[in-house]
Write a protein that binds this ligand. Sequence first.
Ligand SMILES: Nc1ncnc2c1ncn2[C@@H]1O[C@H](COP(=O)(O)OP(=O)(O)OP(=O)(O)O)[C@@H](O)[C@H]1O
Length: 550
Amino acid sequence: MSSLPTKFSSPPLLPGFVSALEESLGRNVKPTPIQALSLKWLFENNLKEQADGQQKWKEFLLASETGSGKSIAYLLPLLQGLKVSEKPISTPNSESISTKPVSAPEHAPRALILAPTHELARQLSGFAKSLLHDVKLRIMCASRANARNRDQPGFSSEVTAGVSISPSTASPASFPVDVMVGTPVRLMEMIRGRGWDWERASEKESRLQDEERKRERETDPWDTTEPKSVKSLFSNRKRVASKELGLENIEWVIVDEADVLFDPDFQETTRQILADISAARGVPMPEAASTPTSYPFNLVLTSATIPTSLSTYISTHHPDLIRLASPRLHRLPKTLKTEYVAWTHGTASNARWRDVERQVREIWQDDVKEASFQAQGSNKGQPKLSKVLIFVNKSVKVDELGEYLDGKGIKTVALTGKSEDRKKGSNHHLDGFLRERGRRRSHLRDSDSNATALNTSPTSLDPSQAPHVLITTSLLSRGLDFSPEIKNVFIVDEPRNMIDFIHRAGRTGRAGEKGRVVIFGKMKGRGSLRSEEVKKRVGVLSGGASGKRK
Ligand SMILES: Nc1ncnc2c1ncn2[C@@H]1O[C@H](COP(=O)(O)OP(=O)(O)OP(=O)(O)O)[C@@H](O)[C@H]1O
């Protein structure tokens, strides 16, 4: 362990990556434990092999607690690997383009990043882009917002590093994409050809992604067995449109949130994509192989939790995969405090919502007290109130709670798999809740007065005008890097299992910041045994620290 790198330095990293990291995360940024492991094993070894001319395809698992920086842990080796082996970009007049077959797919990236939701795909592509201010590579998010109109060729304004492509000037050939980020379903659409029933595909994707809908059966809340597989997403589809994504150039595949993407719901699609890439690169995979699989590309899986299904998949198919795990895997981040709140008005929905409202208001009262204590006589104006992220188990409860709080003058964003806003493909429905990183933010940090002026207009500070509460199901519990303004996560319904709990709780207390998880439950009398059990199990995840009961 002593030989693990303790700083990001160049070399081995290209100087542009070090400056981008410092710009985004601060001058004295140091690798987190999982990043140190990845720099050593994934990055340095790769360089050595490159130097010896003996490069082999690698398989890695990066496993560490939520908010511990797994994205950078894989992005650095990936982006540098692509940059170092980059070939000169073709110009529009070059031979390679003029001889390109008319039917060739629009994009032939060198890397794919798979994520379970389009919100995460979009955030990851933005995150990768923030590392590419100086080192230029092209990132594209394969979200629906970028999909071509069915009747109109061309593609819409897109995310690239350094270059913004607009529909009028965009030519995939003149701006070849290096990294494509997307959900398995959307990527499959691009690989196999869109047209195999777009509407049904999107409906099914929403259904798969909405944990509440796929797990709305009564189970032991601590049961981590996965739900039954759904039928193939692709069996009955017509393929009419041409393929948008060529796979023959792919050298890296990252499977983010691998435990979800290899669970029985997604596994078929994920593995189909891997098999398609393999075949495109000249190594067809035998059908229904339960034997070890060697893909002709680097494969990196990441996860904050390793359920049995993922572990079994890895042991069966990738016995040589190198597992890099941080010491705190399957623990809650150290900076996360857990608290328990008893239902005081009974457990019927409306009674519960009153307790939830009370807790939200208490947090804001504390914020006001804290702000006035800090201001001490100086007139600093309206205080900034914390944002609260609330998880419930069912979509119908998301809507109910949203309506209740809105009725009480607390503006909310209530999101389920079916929410219309999600279908637009951008992340605007999460504005104010997701973390913003990159040049703009670090510039704001350098000039606090400007930041204050920009972010604290009276309307944006007023929770009856600007949403300070986000309500959702487990749908948004995976991978999203929420703003540090979300200091409180409420777990209103009993968590279905500990894996689900870890991911929900882990939306706060990220990157060493303080966070608080409030777990509601029946704390006395009949039905309180469940809460006792929850408390015990959460205590184990926190390293034995017991939470406070109100
Ligand atoms: N070395 C570092 N120092 C400080 N902050 C960091 C560092 N590396 C990453 N971060 C920040 O930590 C936050 C969490 O990172 P990231 O989203 O990659 O975590 P994660 O491990 O993937 O979490 P999850 O399991 O929830 O997906 C991000 O805001 C990221 O910018």
